[in-house]
Design a protein around this ligand. Structure first.
Ligand SMILES: [Zn+2]
Length: 371
């Protein structure tokens, strides 16, 4: 029953035309607390903008009501695709397998997590090197989605998620950028066991990145299979939708809505800093966060007005305070990322005075010599 419903849902979502109201894609892990991430919903509320505000709230209210009343006792994962007025839509599916918590707002549905359930769904990783940036994408295709990928160019980006964007100067990437990309790829290969890793890029930089990546990755015997060529041929049109906006603040807003390469607020920005994910930090002039407290045994960080009696992670009492604002600015300089001043009354001000664009979305990727 689930497989039939899933195939129907995927087909509907994969070719749904954008409307004036956004689609809220909501995934809930029902093995934890069955509710949407309200903190994330608040961030989205600040980022959606005036035109999407009302339909967004309307969709969210319907999702909350559904979760309160309609869950099956045996369900472990829930995915809902909802749109508010003027053309409301509500498509829920409950599964016996858990799903990761995720809340995304966009003109099109965010389907990648749903596609993991598709029978024979294949996952690919693609690195596109071009101009002054390398982009890493995750692509999912299967029996239901592959025909759509091949036939309808306009819908290709629905099967793609951006996992990283690393920019560099005109001289090409420095060694540490290439190391970071290799570490990211290795982590993604380990967690996703993709069908193939596709390297795309011309010129000296492309060859250099490809060479470094191939060194660290086992060569895939299927790299020349027809399906890889299909994926490669469609990648260009799909990837075009993930190009950053002309202005960095608008890029931040879009990445927040997509739950992708962005962090909002002190805790999320600190976490991204610890994981070496930071690319650009946005800070308002009046940003004065509570002090940070770092555990000297396990390096766990807490943000709190008063010194905690013990580390919330390992329980040891060896906790020392530090100035979060100063530390963020210092780390930004060490990591070579940009710092931009944001307005107190703008998006970053409403998010707590600080936010960041991230280089990659994989928290496990981290160079050990830092900290
Ligand atoms: Zn600790």
């Amino acid at each position: 029953m689930f497989a039939k419903d899933l195939a129907k849902l995927i087909r509907t979502l994969a070719t749904l035309e954008p409307d004036e109201a956004p689609i809220v894609s909501c995934y809930v892990d029902l093995t934890g607390r069955p509710q949407i991430d309200e903190q994330r919903a608040r961030v989205l509320g600040h980022a959606v903008g005036a035109a999407w505000q009302e339909p967004f709230e309307e969709a969210l209210d319907r999702i909350r009501a559904y979760i309160a009343r309609c869950l099956r006792p045996d369900a472990k994962g829930l995915a809902i695709f909802a749109r508010g007025s003027p053309n409301p839509m509500f498509l829920p599916i409950q599964s016996l397998q858990p799903l990761p918590d995720r809340l995304v707002v966009n003109s099109t549905p965010d389907m990648i997590d749903l596609l993991k359930f598709e029978d024979h769904s294949e996952s690919y990783l693609a690195v596109r090197v071009g101009g002054n940036a390398a982009n890493v994408f995750e692509i999912r295709l299967g029996a239901i989605t592959r025909p759509i990928w091949n036939r309808y160019e306009a819908f290709r980006s629905r099967f793609v998620r951006q996992r990283a964007r690393v920019t560099y100067g005109r001289g090409g990437p420095e060694d540490d950028v290439i190391e970071e990309l290799t570490a990211l790829l290795n982590a993604l290969v380990e967690s996703q066991a993709p069908e193939a890793v596709i390297l795309e890029g011309s010129g000296k930089t492309g060859r250099r990145v490809a060479g470094a990546l191939r060194e660290g990755l086992a060569p895939s015997p299927r790299l020349r299979s027809p399906s890889v060529r299909e994926v490669q041929a469609g990648l260009r049109t799909a990837a075009a939708e993930f190009e950053p906006a002309p202005d960095s603040m608008e890029t931040l807003r879009r990445q927040l809505l997509l739950d992708s390469l962005a962090a909002a607020g002190t805790q999320a920005t600190m976490d991204a800093l610890m994981e070496r994910q930071l690319d650009v930090v946005f800070m308002t002039p009046s940003y004065r966060p509570d002090p940070g407290w770092v555990c000297r045994a396990c390096w766990n960080i807490t943000v709190a007005p008063e010194k905690p009696p013990a580390c919330s992670d390992c329980g040891k009492a060896d906790v020392i305070g530090f100035d979060i604002r100063e530390d963020m600015l210092r780390a930004a300089e060490t990591l070579g990322c940009g710092v931009e001043q944001a307005d107190d009354g703008g998006l970053v001000g409403r998010l707590g005075g600080v936010g960041a664009l991230l280089r990659h979305s994989e928290p496990g990727v981290r160079c050990l010599e830092v900290v």
